[in-house]
Design a protein around this ligand. Structure first.
Ligand code: HEM
Length: 330
C-alpha cells in the first residue's frame, strides 16, 4: 500500500510536468519559477533545520564508543573507537561521512536451532549505500558543466574517467550504471526482506522512487531522447545569473527531469534525506569521550532551589500527623 502510494505520487508529478511543459506550454513555470522555488525552499529549509538542531542542548557527552578510552599511561587507548581529542573525532567523522564506517560494521542476527543466536556479516547495504552516494556525487559534479562556462578542466577529467570504457555513443557513464544498480538493490531489499518491508513507510519509497525517476529521465535525456545541450546550458547559466530565459527547442523530457529535481529539492529539508546535514550534528559521533579528563559543566546550570525534608515536614506537619505518618520533629 505504502509502495503504491509513493509510486502514484511520483507518476502524478511526472504527468504534471508532461502536461504542463509539453501540452500547456508552461515552459516558464517549469523552467524558471518552479526551479527557483525549489532551490529557495531547499536552502531556507536546510539552514532552518541545521540551526534548529545546532541550538538543541546537548547536556551530556554521549559519544558511542567501542574501544579503550584514554586511561592510565600503560593502557593503550583507541582514539578512533573512543576519541579523546579533536583529531580522534575528526578521524571518526571522516570515515563515517566518506565511507559509512558504522554501516560497514553492521551485523545480522539470526535465531538458529538450539535456540542460539548467530551473528553474521552484513555488507550489502553498506556496499549499495556507498555506491549510490558516491555515484550521485559524481553525477552532480559532472552536471556543473551545464552551469559553468568555460567548463573547468577538473570536470572534464571526471567526465573522461567516468566514461573510461568508451562504450556506445554518447559514451556510457559508469556512474549511471552504478546508480541504477544501487537504487534497484535498495528498492528490492525493502520489498523482499519481510522485516524491512514491514517498517517501510510512504516516505521510504518516495525518496527511492523520486531519485529513480530523476535518474531515469536523465538517462533518457542522454541516451535516447537526445536533447539540445546548448539550449539547456543557456537556460542553466541564465538561471544561475538570475537573468532567466527560455530558449527554443528544449524537449519535454528535460522539463520532466528539472521538475522532478525541483520537487526533490523542495522535499529534501522535510524528509529523511536530511541525514545529509544531520550526520554532522550527531552528538553520538561528534563529541570526544573525555569526561574523565575534563569536567564539563552545563553552561545553563543554575542554582537549584532546594526544598529540604525538614521544610517539607514543617509544611505538611499537621496533615502528616493526622494521617499517622512518622515525624522526625515531634
Ligand atoms: C538531483 C539532481 C540531479 C540528478 C540526480 C541528475 C541525474 C542525472 C543523470 C543520472 C543523468 C544521466 C546522464 C549523466 O549521468 O550525466 C542526467 C542527465 C542530464 N541532466 Fe540531470 N540530474 C540532476 C539535476 C539536473 C539539473 C538541475 C539539470 C539542469 C540543467 C539537469 C540536466 C540534465 C541534462 C541536460 C542531462 C543530459 C546530459 C547529457 O545529454 O549528457 N540535471 N541527470
Amino acid at each position: 500500500m505504502n509502495l503504491f502510494a509513493a509510486l502514484l505520487i511520483v507518476c502524478a508529478l511526472t504527468a504534471l510536468a508532461l502536461i504542463g511543459a509539453g501540452a500547456a506550454n508552461l515552459e516558464y513555470l517549469f523552467g524558471v519559477i518552479i526551479p527557483y522555488a525549489g532551490i529557495s525552499i531547499f536552502l531556507i529549509g536546510l539552514i532552518y533545520r541545521v540551526i534548529h538542531w545546532a541550538k538543541s542542548p546537548v547536556p551530556f557527552r554521549i559519544p558511542t564508543t567501542c574501544g579503550q578510552q584514554k586511561s592510565l599511561t600503560w593502557i593503550k587507548p583507541n582514539n578512533l573507537e573512543s576519541p579523546y581529542n579533536i583529531w580522534g573525532v575528526i578521524g571518526r567523522m571522516f570515515l563515517e561521512i566518506f565511507f559509512f564506517r558504522s554501516l560497514f560494521r553492521n551485523t545480522r542476527a539470526e535465531v538458529k536451532e538450539g535456540p542460539k543466536i548467530i551473528y553474521s556479516a552484513s555488507k550489502w547495504l553498506w556496499a549499495a549505500g556507498l555506491a549510490f552516494h558516491w555515484s550521485f556525487l559524481v553525477v552532480i559534479i559532472r552536471h556543473f558543466r551545464f552551469f559553468i562556462e568555460p567548463v573547468p578542466q577538473i570536470i572534464s577529467n571526471i567526465e573522461s574517467l567516468d566514461g573510461f570504457f568508451q562504450i556506445g555513443l554518447p559514451i556510457l557513464y559508469i556512474t549511471d550504471l552504478i546508480l541504477v544498480g544501487a537504487l534497484g538493490y535498495l528498492f528490492f531489499r525493502r520489498v523482499v526482506i519481510p522485516q524491512v518491508r514491514y517498517i517501510s513507510l510512504v516516505a521510504d519509497y518516495l525518496a527511492l522512487f523520486l531519485l529513480g525517476a530523476i535518474v531515469t529521465s536523465g538517462i533518457c535525456l542522454r541516451y535516447y531522447d537526445k536533447t539540445d545541450i546548448v539550449g539547456i546550458k543557456e537556460l542553466a547559466t541564465n538561471l544561475l545569473n538570475l537573468t532567466p530565459v527560455i530558449p527554443e527547442g528544449i524537449g519535454v523530457t528535460f522539463y520532466i527531469h528539472l521538475f522532478l529535481v525541483s520537487c526533490l529539492l523542495m522535499y529534501f529539508p522535510f524528509s529523511k534525506l536530511m541525514h545529509m546535514g544531520g550526520v554532522f550534528l550527531s552528538p553520538t559521533r561528534n563529541l570526544a569521550n573525555n569526561n574523565r579528563v575534563k569536567r564539563h559543566i552545563n553552561p545553563w546550570n543554575h542554582d537549584v532551589k532546594l526544598h529540604t525534608y525538614a521544610e517539607y515536614e514543617e509544611e505538611f506537619h499537621d496533615v502528616m500527623k493526622a494521617a499517622g505518618l512518622p515525624l522526625e520533629k515531634e
